[in-house]
Design a protein around this ligand. Structure first.
Ligand code: GLP
Length: 241
C-alpha cells in the first residue's frame, strides 16, 4: 500500500485526479469504478476542469458505480445515479450508455446483484476503483460484519451509516434502510484501487483501517492486502498514523 500525504482537501483531490487522469490517458477505454460521497467530489471537479482544457477524453471510458440505495430511481434527487450525473457525467464527454449503477428500483435483489456482477465481468473487470471511507470503515456500502462480503449484494445499512448520510436528505425524507453494493471481492479484484480521505473526523478510522489488523469489523482494512492500493489523504486524516 502507498500513502500520498496531501496538504488539504483540494490537494488530495488534485492528486487523486492526477492518478485517474493518468489511467485514462494510458488506457482510453479504461473501466473506472466510481464512488459517491463528499470525498470524491473534488477529484471529479478537477477532472471536469482538465476535460474543459482538452487534456483528458472520456469518450471511450466505461464506468461502474459502487452502490445505490434500494428504492431510489435515477431521477430521485438523492439517488447515486443523479449524484453522478450532477457531479461528473453531465460535465464531461462520457457516453451515458457506458455508465452503470445498480438499479435501485429493481425489487428482485438476487437478480439485480447477479446482473451487476455479470456486467462487471463482461467489461473485463475494473481497471481503477475510486473509494471513499465510511466513518465506520465501510467501503461502498460494505458494512462492518463477521465476514468479508463477496459479490454485489443487498445490504441493510447500519445506524451509523444512516446517521452519517442523513445530511444529504435535506428535504426531511427518511434515509433508505437498504442499498445494493459491490462486494469486497469486486473491489479487491480491481486492478488498481485509489481511496480519498480527508478531515480530522476520519483520522481514527484511517488509523484502525490501515495500521490495525485486517478484519471484517473494519471492511477497509482488507485493502492492506491489495496489490495496488493508494491512499490519498490529507494531513488531518493522517494525523494519527
Ligand atoms: C457513503 C458511500 C460510500 C462513501 C461514504 C463516505 O456511505 N456509500 O461509498 O465512501 O459515504 O462518504 P463521505 O465521503 O461523504 O464521507
Amino acid at each position: 500500500m502507498r500513502i500520498i500525504n496531501a496538504r488539504d482537501y483540494e490537494h488530495m483531490s488534485r492528486q487523486a485526479a492526477n492518478i485517474i487522469s493518468a489511467q485514462v490517458i494510458l488506457k482510453p477505454s479504461s473501466v473506472l469504478g466510481l464512488a459517491t460521497g463528499s470525498s470524491p467530489i473534488g477529484a471529479y471537479r478537477q477532472l471536469i476542469e482538465w476535460y474543459g482544457k482538452g487534456d483528458i477524453d472520456f469518450s471511450a471510458v466505461r464506468t461502474v458505480n459502487l452502490d445505490e440505495y434500494v428504492g431510489l430511481g435515477p431521477e430521485d434527487e438523492q439517488s447515486y445515479a443523479r449524484f453522478m450525473r450532477k457531479n461528473f457525467f453531465d460535465s464531461v464527454n462520457i457516453d451515458l450508455k457506458n455508465t452503470s449503477i445498480p438499479d435501485g428500483l429493481n425489487g428482485d435483489a438476487e437478480g439485480e446483484c447477479k446482473r451487476y456482477d455479470k456486467l462487471i465481468a463482461s467489461l473485463g473487470g475494473i481497471d481503477l476503483q475510486l473509494l471513499g471511507l465510511g466513518p465506520n470503515g465501510h467501503i461502498g456500502f460494505n458494512e462492518p460484519g463477521e465476514s468479508f462480503t463477496k459479490g454485489t449484494h443487498k445490504v441493510r445499512l447500519s445506524k451509523a451509516t444512516v446517521e452519517a448520510n442523513r445530511r444529504f436528505f435535506t428535504d426531511g425524507r427518511a434515509v433508505p434502510e437498504y442499498a445494493y453494493t459491490m462486494g469486497i471481492c469486486d473491489i479487491m479484484q480491481a486492478r488498481r484501487v485509489v481511496m480519498v480521505v480527508s478531515g480530522r473526523a476520519k483520522a481514527e478510522i484511517v488509523r484502525e483501517a490501515f495500521t490495525g489488523p485486517v478484519t471484517p469489523r473494519v471492511p477497509a482494512s482488507i485493502l492492506q492486502l491489495h496489490r495496488d492500493f493508494t491512499l490519498v489523504a490529507d494531513e488531518e486524516a493522517l494525523s494519527l498514523i
